[in-house]
Design a binder for this molecule. Sequence first.
Ligand SMILES: Nc1ncnc2c1ncn2[C@@H]1O[C@H](COP(=O)(O)OP(=O)(O)OP(=O)(O)O)[C@@H](O)[C@H]1O
Ligand SMILES: [Mg+2]
Length: 249
Amino acid sequence: MAQKTTAKTASKTSTNTIHLHPKRIRSGVPGFDELVGGGVPEGNLLVVTGDPGSGKTNFCYRFLYGGANDYEEPGVYISLEESEPEIIKEAAYYGYDFSTLIQQRKLLIETVSLYDFDKLKNTIEEAVERIKAKRLVIDPGVVFRLFFERELEARKTILILGKMLKRINVTTIITNELSLDKISSLFGLEEFVADGVILLYHTKLENRFIRSIGVLKMRGTKISEKLHPIEIGANGLRVLSKQELFEEL
Ligand SMILES: Nc1ncnc2c1ncn2[C@@H]1O[C@H](COP(=O)(O)OP(=O)(O)OP(=O)(O)O)[C@@H](O)[C@H]1O
Ligand SMILES: [Mg+2]
């Protein structure tokens, strides 16, 4: 499943141009890096937002699997809903062998409740430290802010979390559930704190549903302005190439 190209742009980066050319990492999602200038800037906080069942969890699996298996970047998966065995089982269904990665200390799965924010923060820090993780996923299954009674509290919490993640220097994805046809009014706080926002759509086109992906923002990066079709199949999620798009439509 490894991709052919490697993150060469990063090694060319000189100290003079470091701000112009942030070190980029390979997302691990086939076809995605081309939409964001060759890869995700290292240490960025990304929010993957989308309709229910649009592929958010799948995107995260691919990101962690690619990191751990292909790019020597161990990863931590923080679930707010599912247990470790459930996640291992679901990932296996897409062909990702998470058990082996866990045994090799390249992957750690933790289930934490967001109600205890201090515990969540500590769990993240400890897990990242334990396996020297470079990637982190927080896959809530609900909108983050719904956990907090007051807007101000939610805002404060997200900012604290964002700062902590920068300090421990992991590239992070937080998922967020939104119905994207109501997009403008419904953005969560996560999207405003994030360095990058990725949108996943599962929308009706005439008599069928189509899946697509778009990048709303990615700091320091020229992004594709288009929506790109995606496929979720036996090998998980991938962004289709232009050529495949012609064959498809
Ligand atoms: N082998 C497969 N072939 C095609 N589609 C599949 C396959 N396996 C799963 N899917 C689709 O992928 C979707 C699951 O994607 P995923 O769990 O990543 O979405 P999500 O956005 O995280 O969903 P949720 O909102 O429930 O968290 C399923 O609803 C299913 O339609
Ligand atoms: Mg999910």
